[in-house]
Design a protein around this ligand. Structure first.
Ligand code: ADP
Ligand code: MG
Length: 237
């Protein structure tokens, strides 16, 4: 049976409980391992009606850098899906080990798994948070749609726009200190390609609530523009 039909059959068999995910086996490349899924009570998140800001931009466009500043000024909770995934890997869990193989190939992790990690982190912070900065999500349109269906509509999309040359240069520089398995020349190329393929439909679909900011400038200049967008969000919250 082909992997896709296998997935379909298991989805049907499981009914309404969360479907497991089949990650490719790191050695054989076959879709084999099942990534475990959990169920969550999302009512606290839905009821809180906090601003939710998605932060888009290619690898190395400076999302993390700007998010740090946003957290300082606005007190939002910064959730980087990349960091959540890397933390899961570090935890040594089975789910983490399966993720390692996917991330080392520079590919996107299955949507449901990223969403589970986001739900867990958001539920943990919902009582004390002023809003959520979701950094590096959605990586593709289906991720955005599923997020809004299951959690809550997003308030604003901040899109950091930098050229592939700029992003590559910054990532190679970051590689000297980041220790990230994916900050190497080969994986960077693959990540940029993944980003370029998947991000355009996201930006187009959410055009109404998307603000694109040039990320070529220095961080202060970029943050000035960011503040103009966020001051409005805070004023109308
Ligand atoms: P992302 O989270 O989008 O992958 P980071 O914030 O980690 O990007 O930034 C990637 C690298 O580029 C880091 O080394 C960071 O210090 C640097 N950087 C971020 N923003 C800028 C900027 N506006 N100008 C120059 N370098 C930047
Ligand atoms: Mg980052």
């Amino acid at each position: 049976m082909r992997p896709r039909s296998l997935l379909l059959v298991s989805l049907l068999a499981l009914g309404s409980s969360p479907a497991p995910f089949f990650a490719p086996n790191p050695r054989t490349g076959q879709q084999a391992d099942t990534i475990e899924r959990k169920e969550y009570d999302l009512a606290p998140l839905k009821n809180a009606k906090l601003p939710i800001i998605w932060v888009l931009g290619g690898p190395g466009s400076g999302k993390g850098t700007q998010c740090d500043r946003i957290v300082q000024k606005y007190g939002f909770t910064h959730l980087s899906t990349g960091d959540l995934l890397r933390d899961e890997v570090k935890s040594g869990s089975k789910r983490g080990r399966q993720l390692t193989a996917i991330m080392e190939r520079g590919e996107l992790v299955p949507l449901e798994v990223v969403l589970d990690l986001l739900k867990e982190a958001m539920l943990q912070k919902v009582g004390t948070s002023k809003g959520f900065l979701i950094d590096g999500y959605p990586r593709e349109l289906s991720q955005g749609k599923t997020f809004e269906e299951q959690i809550s509509p997003c308030t604003l999309v901040l899109n950091f726009d930098a050229s592939p040359e700029t992003m590559t240069k910054r990532l190679l520089h970051r590689a000297q200190t980041s220790g990230r398995v994916d900050d190497n020349e080969e994986t960077i190329k693959k990540r940029l390609q993944t980003f370029l393929t998947h991000s355009k439909p996201v930006v187009e679909h959410y055009a109404d609530k998307c603000r694109t900011i040039s990320a070529e400038n220095d961080p202060d200049v970029i943050f000035n523009e960011v503040q103009q967008c966020l001051d409005k969000v805070v004023a109308s919250a």
